[in-house]
Design a protein around this ligand. Structure first.
Ligand SMILES: Cc1ncc(C[n+]2csc(CCOP(=O)(O)OP(=O)(O)O)c2C)c(N)n1
Ligand code: SF4
Ligand SMILES: [Mg+2]
Length: 396
């Protein structure tokens, strides 16, 4: 059953080509983000796609602090800061407030976009429950836009639930005893939110490195009505340790290696988009994850077996998850129900499509046979009894 969200959604047509993107900017110069910051770019693209009838709310983080220094702001549309962790509640409150004012005739009854952005720390960790609650409030039109720079960047790059396995942060420096201090695999937030909120009409993943895809997803979310969610991966030169000129290249490599998939779930139907769609349909091979990881200083301490472990985990996402990279388990079956069994598309991606197949230097099996370190990639002393309980906390 689809319940219409009261209030109209703006009719925003897909952009489809960068040449057809609106020229107006609603997030302008005047911000103080680092050079090459791909968290600022999605703000600009999101505002451009949404247009002038938009209210933006944002939680504490780089996109608050660096955007509101010394009484300056790049926001041309109305913008409000909200607490770290409060994107979901601020979005519901604003949307509910607008509806009430329109119902009482205190303001013109017209469709207005409500977009609440949050970082990975504020959204994927601290504010996850508020986002989840917002995604069940189907009577409100709102978009939660999570910009994921894979750390608590504003407070000097602490580990978040989105920090990749093995990455150096100020909370996870490699040491003499333990080379790998960040041993948690990145939380699958868009997949979790899509799978867990069946009444939400639109959930998508994107990156500003592929701008038209991202802007069209913003428009699709705002058109859909009801509560919606978009997750965007944003390379961060400061936290990921690379020259700012490579931001776009890294965003694209995250997709090409299959580490970060592009997709949208619209009214309960999942579709991969862009490069991810080509990989899922067997028309393109994933690049080895090493091509992405070795360009970033946060992985500079990696040894062969660390690259191999990372590759193995990404291969699992593609080859063992019931919907590759989206739903994080396989199925034990059998099902014995009457009626139509929904088709699960794009599963069982052939192993020949794996990035490293046949390419020397990238097979985790190859390295596993001749390890230059103990088998457990996170350990240097190979004393099983001391992992992981004897370790100090790595943060949060
Ligand atoms: C309740 C609360 N706890 C801690 C802080 C300190 N703080 C401000 S910004 C920030 C980092 C937020 O990380 P993220 O949401 O990922 O945004 P980013 O800085 O990476 O853009 C922290 C911990 C705060 N402002 N409020
Ligand atoms: S620390 Fe990262 S996210 Fe923050 S402003 Fe700099 S590049 Fe952008
Ligand atoms: Mg962050």
């Amino acid at each position: 059953m689809t319940v219409e969200a009261p209030g109209r959604a703006l009719k925003l047509e897909p952009i489809r080509s960068i040449k057809k993107a609106p020229v107006e900017e609603f997030y302008q110069s005047g911000h103080r983000t680092c050079q090459g910051c791909l968290s600022a770019l999605p703000m600009r693209l999101m505002a451009k796609a949404a247009g002038p009838r938009t209210i933006v709310l944002g939680t504490t983080g780089c996109m608050y602090v660096a955007n509101t220094t010394y009484m300056t702001t790049p926001w041309v549309v109305p913008w409000m800061h909200t607490q770290l962790g409060a994107a979901g509640s601020a979005a519901v409150g604003t949307s509910a407030g607008l509806k009430a004012l329109m119902r009482k005739g205190k303001m013109k009854d017209e469709p207005i976009n409500v977009i609440a952005f949050c970082g990975d720390g504020g959204g994927a960790d601290m504010g996850l429950s508020a986002i989840s609650a917002a995604l069940t409030d189907i009577e409100y039109n709102l978009l939660i836009f999570l910009y994921d720079n894979e750390s608590y960047a504003n407070t000097d790059i602490q580990t978040s639930g989105q920090t990749p396995w093995g990455a150096v942060t100020t909370f996870s420096p490699p040491g003499k005893k333990f080379r790998i201090m960040q041993r948690r695999w990145k939380k699958n937030v868009p997949g979790m939110l899509a799978a867990g909120h069946p009444d939400t009409r639109y959930v998508a993943s994107g990156t500003p490195a592929i701008p038209v895809d991202m802007m069209d997803k913003v428009r699709a979310a705002l058109r859909a009505g009801g509560p919606t969610y978009i997750h965007v991966l944003d390379p961060c030169p400061k936290g990921w340790h690379y020259d700012p000129e490579h931001s776009n290249e890294l965003g694209k490599l995250a997709i090409e290696t299959g580490i970060y998939p592009l997709y949208e779930v619209k009214d309960g139907v999942l579709n991969f988009t862009g490069i991810t769609k080509q990989i899922a349909e067997g028309r393109r091979r994933r690049k080895p994850v090493r091509e992405y990881l070795e360009k970033q200083g946060r992985f500079a301490h990696f040894k062969n077996q660390d690259y191999a472990y990372f590759q193995k985990k990404v291969d699992e996402m593609w080859e063992q998850w019931i919907i590759p990279c989206v739903v994080a388990f396989s199925y034990g079956g059998p099902i014995n129900i009457t009626g139509d069994i929904p088709k699960v598309r794009n599963r069982n991606v052939k192993r020949e499509n794996a990035s490293w197949a046949g390419e020397p230097g990238h097979s985790h099996e190859e390295f596993a046979e001749t390890p230059d370190e103990p088998q457990e990639p996170w350990r240097d002393d190979n004393e099983l009894g001391r992992y992981p309980w004897a370790l100090p906390s790595t943060g949060q």
